[in-house]
Design a protein around this ligand. Structure first.
Ligand code: PLP
Length: 430
């Protein structure tokens, strides 16, 4: 039904029938896979709904507070809802947490003291944390406050180096930071089950080591979260998965009450903690975004899997590959040339609801050693749960692609990326 009309609609938006046919074949083959993603979303939808019902979410929680934000019951309820979803004792969910990096910084600096050591048992953390920890010297880094850092890389096969981890743990080790998503690195993303294994191993050596998970891009991809497998703290950004595309700003920290409170003391002030922090009318949006997040994440996952299958079929290297299980929403596609990377990103941009008329260009970016191209036509600036792509312009010319608030938009974005590659003559379709 509507097959002809649909094809015509795509054509009217600039998709060549050959591109359309090629992609439809891939979609057809993914039906079963998509059905299992829908099941995960269904499960997570109920989990979110249950937490909202049990906390008797009501109109009153949507009222705005200003100034100190004392007695903001909407904020307090939101935090309890997050804590319940993560099966954790407590949560800090705030617009004052400005980004994922900021939330991680607060969780770390609130819980570490001079003389403590951080251990990363999963290799180098996300780029922005290098300055925070002081892996690269930076004014105000944890290193400047006497916090040291040790890292144990994953093994070549992506597994944990348990011997290395055992050897790295010492009397100073206070906190293990475990990044779930590969981010923009070249290593597998960890499943929640794998995270549980490394946490158990660390806790067996010393149960007092705080196990913190950088959960960015991982929320609602599986039916359990790191706090379900022993994580003491779990941290992420609201302009990624759990904000459901609606949260205009914010971050969250969930976990053990003591550690969440330490983070709150750092975010506001020692002694004030969670008691202050006006929400300025954002609570309703945070709740609504969280409510939509399971299906938004499912849409993004379908887009990632669809892209993997299409570009794999065309002979490109894709990570994860077309068939493997997913533990985050990021898809890497290695396109082998700057022209291909630029064409891909222009396609994603051209498919956007916002700024579809602009053409992204590779540009110098602070913190990068080469030009970077970014495609994003988002309602929320920098939101990467919305359809977006970015790539450093250097060999092997890998583009990182993520997001999509609806499956149909993610799909259209991928069709458009292929359209641009096809128009440039980089991809030939028979
Ligand atoms: C996005 C992300 C962060 C934080 O990035 P912000 O841009 O500061 O929100 C941290 N770790 C990982 C793995 C991420 O994907």
């Amino acid at each position: 039904m509507f097959t002809k009309e649909l094809k015509e609609s795509y054509q009217s938006l600039g998709i060549d029938p050959k591109v359309y046919d090629f992609c439809m074949e891939a979609e057809e083959a993914l039906k079963e896979r998509f059905a299992s993603i829908d099941k995960i979303a269904e499960f997570n939808q109920l989990k979110v709904l249950k937490a909202m019902q049990e906390n008797r979410l009501s109109d009153i929680h949507f009222a705005a507070t200003t100034g100190y934000g004392y007695n903001d019951i909407g904020r307090d309820t939101l935090e309890q809802v997050y804590a319940d979803i993560f099966h954790a004792e407590d949560a800090l969910v705030r617009p004052q947490l400005m980004s994922g990096t900021h939330a991680l910084t607060i969780a770390l600096s609130g819980n570490l003291r001079p003389g403590d050591e951080i251990l990363s048992p999963v290799g180098k953390p996300y780029d922005t944390l290098e300055g925070v920890i002081g892996i690269t010297p930076m004014n105000g880094s944890l290193a400047e406050y006497g916090v040291t850092y040790r890292q144990v890389d994953l093994l070549d096969d992506g597994g944990f180096d348990f011997d290395g981890i055992r050897a790295a743990i010492n009397e100073k080790t206070r906190l293990a930071t475990i990044q779930r998503s590969k981010g923009y690195a070249n290593r597998p993303t960890l499943s929640v089950e794998q995270i549980g294994e490394v946490i158990s191993f660390i806790k067996e050596i010393n149960p007092n080591i705080i196990c913190m998970v950088d959960n960015c891009y991982g929320e609602f991809v599986e039916v359990i979260e790191p706090t379900d497998v022993g994580a003491d703290l779990c941290v992420g950004s609201l302009i990624k998965n759990p904000g459901g595309g609606l949260a205009p700003v914010g971050g969250y920290i969930v976990g053990k009450q003591e550690y969440v409170e330490n983070a709150a003391f750092r975010l506001s002030a020692p002694g004030l903690g969670k008691e202050v922090g006006a929400t300025l009318g954002l609570n309703a949006t945070f709740f609504q975004g969280l409510f939509l997040a399971p299906t938004v994440v499912a849409a993004a996952l379908k887009g990632a899997i669809f892209a993997a299958n299409i570009y794999e079929k065309l002979g490109y290297d894709v990570l994860p590959n077309g068939t493997e299980d997913r533990f985050d929403i990021i898809q890497a596609v290695t396109l082998n040339s700057p022209e291909a990377v630029i064409a891909f990103c222009r396609g994603i941009q051209a498919a956007a609801p916002v700024d579809s008329f602009v053409s992204p260009e590779p540009w110098e970016m602070p913190g990068y050693t080469c030009d970077v191209i970014m495609a994003a036509g988002a309602f929320v600036q920098g939101s990467s749960i919305e359809l977006s792509a970015d790539a450093p312009i250097k060999p092997p010319y890998t583009v990182f692609f993520q997001g999509g608030l609806t499956w149909y938009h993610a799909k259209f974005g991928i069709l458009m990326s292929l359209q641009k590659l096809y128009e440039e003559g980089i991809v030939v379709l028979s």
